[in-house]
Design a protein around this ligand. Sequence first.
Ligand SMILES: [Cu+2]
Length: 117
Amino acid sequence: MKLRTLLIPLSLAFGATASADAPKAKDPSRIEITVTKRGFNPDSVNVPAQKPVTLVFTRTTDQTCTKSVVLTMDDGKKIERELPLDKPVELAVTFPKAGKLGYACSMNMTKGIIVVQ
Ligand SMILES: [Cu+2]
């Protein structure tokens, strides 16, 4: 009897952890961007200003130069992340104000846009 009362809260805790990774739990603050051989997909995303968002980059091909992504912020600060094959890379960021920001491969060839609204 005691074991059962213990197990229920535990399974709830595990359930919550698992759903954070489940694709069906659509979290609007998570923005998924895939790197394919054609480039970033989508290559333009809309995000809200002054709210924390998580950009999730996943490179799905080796036939690309985009093995890292560089995001340029309003103040010119650059955030760079390596993109290992098939591994989602999360970039948590809060954009302070509306505008358009660019991100690109480290050679600035493959490009995408973030529209902050
Ligand atoms: Cu490149």
